[in-house]
Design a protein around this ligand. Structure first.
Ligand code: GLC
Length: 660
């Protein structure tokens, strides 16, 4: 039904003519502009009252529509599907972007879907979600911050709050009002492909970084501002505690991502649940996303493991009832399909467990159905009484509350007043500071660092001049890519701007090394996301930029080419510094380490590689501290501070300082 008064009245006349009068009047068709506003449309009323009024007007179909999230690909060609199904939400999965990947095109896209939602009978606005996990990484031109593991190394909660605010500003200005961030996972085994999405290996460090939620959402009452978004604490819970399955390595399955957390309930409470207490009570996170993973507190067989998406005891019992979480729970990407039984059983189990909204992309043709089957399935479950209406009403009330708090009923279309701030110099300056603060100095023989600007410098290594590699996953595409290019500076760019002497760059160190030159070798990983980043995990080979070429296997080892570059450069320069640009620690064998004068963990710095040069050349001091333990070998994993026998190469919290 249109928001246009004339069209709205015409549809009422049509309803009269079609004998649907009773239904139309019963459902109190919302007034056209100028008529007396219904309570739910009155911004001066308390939100709880608006929710109750609106809920009371909704049909079952409208309620279930609010619990349904489609992917943009499902509706982009025909947004009227949003209207016809009264869909409550649409998302962009990683890399799902408008053909013209600009802030304006994003806002136009989101608004086009929003118009379709506003054309529904009750005009309930859509909420649009996106993975703004290190800035609005899907958007070309957005400020791309260091991934969380680097932010954990800064030990700077105020800076991380500022980063959340900038992320929210750039996200909301381009349309989406909801970020599927932060991951408050505690990464315990660095072979996990999502280690870089974690702030670190201790709950204490992770909790300290939850200030990012305040940056994203603002204080209570600020969520309807043009520079704030709803946050989503994920993945509830224990995603970082799963056990590595050696039998799965190399088989194409994920050896650790989405696995089973085989820990005692006591360990689980400490390492998995405790970060959610401040996220809910102190930071008032507006949504929570369950984990694909499972829990097994009794160390039994795999059959004893309970999938988090069906864990009523933890979602409803602990999160909603004990922690009094008032937001809503959004399922992960088609995650309910991993639950036991047929689809009907999966929907029933997850709805009854307390999941409120369902991320059910259709993703045709290899997944022939998604939300288009979810809707009739849940409708049938309510019809038979297997899912009580009280559960539906609880879910919808939570979702509506978030939409009222976001101001979407008053301002459903994108407020573009901050559009010109996307990727601004001011934002990039904050990102550059975060890069500098995230650098961890692990070794500095004879005070090799900081370098002197006047020195000639020879730069080598696979990650010296590759902005795709330094940004990592969740950048322009889901998996990221070595060929992905975003505006910003590579590490080499930063060195070239900082050095006054000659700079020679040769990725494989094949160029001649000038006399008395100092050496910098930037090694590390190629991009990955989720289980494709597991050590021993499957290889992703579908990104356009990959031209179908399979990617490097992730091993936590430095590549042979990079090892050779280190040997060559360290043998021919007056000093050699090695920077590790990666989503987690990489193994530095003893024979290699003793050739290295200075060693720096650079993590995944994002778009502002210049921040690395700032600490290399002493414009900023090294202050970073390890957010995870740095192992001697992969075989030591999982290795964490507090372990009974703990003999890493560099301990958790280690970091040399060059602060004067
Ligand atoms: C992914 C991830 C989750 C993300 C979601 C939407 O599978 O597990 O972190 O928010 O799908 O992209």
């Amino acid at each position: 039904m249109s928001r246009n008064p004339a069209r709205r009245r015409a549809s009422v006349l049509a309803a009269l003519a079609s004998g649907a009068l009773a239904v139309a009047l019963l459902q109190a068709t919302p007034p056209a502009a100028g008529d007396e506003a219904l309570p739910y449309q009155d911004p001066d009323l308390p939100t709880a009252q608006r929710v109750t009024d609106l809920l009371g007007r909704m049909t079952l179909a409208e309620k279930i529509g609010q619990m349904t999230q489609a992917e943009r690909i499902d509706v982009d060609a025909d947004p009227s599907l949003i209207t016809a199904n009264a869909l409550g939400s649409v998302l962009s999965g990683g890399g799902s972007v408008p053909s013209d990947n600009t802030p304006e095109a994003w806002a136009d896209m989101v608004d086009r879907y929003q118009e379709a939602a506003l054309d529904t009978r009750l005009g309930i606005p859509l909420i649009y979600g996106v993975d703004s996990v290190h800035g609005h990484g899907n958007l070309q031109g957005a400020t791309v911050f260091p991934h969380n593991i680097g932010l954990g190394a800064t030990r700077d909660p105020k800076l991380v709050e500022r980063i959340g605010h900038i992320t929210a500003e750039e996200t909301r200005a381009s349309g989406p009002q909801w970020a599927f961030a932060p991951c408050i996972c505690v990464a315990r085994d660095d072979r996990w492909g999502r280690t870089y999405e974690s702030f670190g290996e201790t709950p204490r460090l992770v909790k300290s970084m939850e200030t990012v939620i305040d940056g994203l959402q603002g204080r209570p009452g600020q969520l309807d501002d043009a520079d704030r978004v709803l946050a989503s604490a994920k993945h509830f819970a224990g995603d970082g505690l799963t056990t590595y399955d050696e039998s799965a390595a190399g088989t194409g399955a994920y050896p650790i991502d989405q696995g089973i957390a085989r820990v005692s309930r006591k360990e689980f409470d400490k390492l998995a649940l405790s970060p959610y207490v401040p996220a809910v009570k102190k930071h008032r996170v507006g949504s929570v996303m369950p984990s694909f993973s499972s829990t097994d507190f009794n160390g039994g067989s795999t059959a004893d493991a309970v999938k988090m998406h069906a864990n009523k005891q933890l979602i409803t019992g602990w999160l909603k009832n004990q922690q009094h979480f008032k937001g809503f729970v959004i399922s992960d990407w088609r995650a309910i399909r991993q639950l036991p039984g047929d689809y009907r059983a999966q929907v029933k189990a997850s709805v009854l467990a307390g999941v409120d909204m369902f991320m059910e992309p259709i993703q045709a043709p290899n997944n022939p159905n998604g939300w288009d089957v979810f809707i009739p399935t849940l409708t049938d479950l309510v019809g038979t009484g297997e899912v009580p209406m009280s559960r539906i009403d609880d879910a919808v009330a939570r979702i509506l509350k978030a939409k009222f708090d976001l101001g979407l009923f008053e301002h459903p279309l994108t407020d573009r007043s901050n559009l010109d701030q996307v990727g601004s110099k001011a934002h990039r300056a904050v990102a550059r500071r975060a890069v500098a603060e995230s650098q961890v100095l692990l070794r500095n023989k004879q005070a090799t660092l900081p370098l002197r600007a006047k020195d000639k410098v020879y730069v080598a290594g696979s990650n010296a001049d590759n902005i795709g590699n330094q940004a990592g996953g969740w950048t322009l595409t889901w998996q990221g890519g070595s060929t992905n290019v975003i505006p910003g500076q590579t590490v080499l760019d930063g060195i070239e701007r900082a050095a006054k002497g000659d700079v020679v760059y040769s990725e494989k160190a094949t160029e001649r090394v000038p006399r008395k030159a100092v050496g910098v070798v930037v090694v590390g990983e190629t991009p990955y996301a989720e289980g494709f980043g597991d050590v021993g995990g499957p290889q992703w080979a579908y990104d356009p930029g990959d031209n179908g070429q399979p990617r490097q296997k992730q091993t936590m080892e430095i590549s042979e080419a990079d090892k050779q570059a280190i040997r060559t450069v360290c043998a021919r320069t007056t000093s050699c510094t090695v920077l590790v640009v990666s989503g987690r620690p990489l193994i530095v064998p003893p024979g290699l380490l003793n050739q290295i004068d200075a060693l720096v963990a650079s993590w995944l710095p994002g778009s502002e590689g210049g921040g690395v040069a700032d600490v290399l050349y002493g414009r900023s001091p090294f202050i970073g501290k390890l957010p995870v333990t740095w192992p001697r070998t992969v075989a030591q994993e999982p290795i964490n501070v507090g372990d009974a026998s703990y003999d890493p190469l560099y301990r958790y919290g280690y970091g040399l300082s060059t602060r004067r």
